[in-house]
Design a protein around this ligand. Sequence first.
Ligand SMILES: C[S@@+](CC[C@H](N)C(=O)[O-])C[C@H]1O[C@@H](n2cnc3c(N)ncnc32)[C@H](O)[C@@H]1O
Length: 321
Amino acid sequence: MSVVDDLLSLRLEDSQGSRIQDIARHAQRLTHMSSRLRGAIVQYRDQLLRELDHRRTLDRLASRMADGLFLFLADQYQYLDLEEAQRRELRELYRRLLDDFRDWLWTAPQRFTCCPPLSGHHNRLTEWTRRALHEVGGLGWADASDKVVMCGTYSPELQLELLHLDIDTLAQPVLDLGCGREAHLVQFIRRMGVSAYGFDRLVTDAPGVTRGSWFEAPLDERSWGTVIAHLSFTLHFLNAHLVPSDRAARYARQYMRILGALRPGGCFAYAPGLPFIEELLDPREYEIRTGLIFCGTGAGSQPLLNIDWTFTQIVRRKSVR
Ligand SMILES: C[S@@+](CC[C@H](N)C(=O)[O-])C[C@H]1O[C@@H](n2cnc3c(N)ncnc32)[C@H](O)[C@@H]1O
């Protein structure tokens, strides 16, 4: 392990228990360094300077730190979604932190209480995070609430029941879009001998799963028997539609690509349902089955709770009528 890795671990310990709100609200505690971390910086200064002297090391570190931060943020506010330009900006932000830190280290005093590069970085990070939250309608929430909006995962049985899917009649192959960290449903149906794959930006290593954004999922024309999205792709589409955000158009295009990726007779099964787009589909090409999950409360500040929640199955007809 390098000194940089050791210091990053200490830094992570310092920020244990932090929330996305701390970053969005520029909490002072985030710029605080423990005496252990400050001591290690002073003690290993020469080695650190050597390690930070390589451009490739800095680029690699910046990417790692940016990816780590994004996963941390997305875990706490699940609707966060980054386009390539925003990802690049985040990497550049960390690259600048590393450059500033290395420059500062040359002349840093033997004893210090604050680290100016870290303070500058947190100013920029707060600004970036607020913009990213604003784009997905989450800034008001971050300013007003201390709760997290996290991703739950659900048992395979519950998902199949809620989506009215029968494992014995599932058209194959199956793609679970936004399958969750452990891809429970994918593993469950694979054990039953069904050809199934999962796609999720947080998924860990497991048979048949790929880590990535669902905007990059493999959706060749007529390639899937069943596409499943339980509280995942369509939940985010609904959120983009309701907040409102120009991301809704991107989701709509991807939704149509998913339908195009169904084999004739194939099915896209999802919850929540999306009545605003389902009603635009051509009934000669698609059969739409939907049912109520629960009624909206009709009052409150959360648009997603004010509407009725449905599940939907879109079946691509074998021939256009
Ligand atoms: C509420 S969880 C549902 C997981 C699973 N379908 C279930 O019901 O147990 C939503 C999932 O969508 C994933 N997700 C969110 N945005 C994504 C994106 N842009 N690309 C890929 N996966 C995404 C999250 O990582 C999370 O695992």
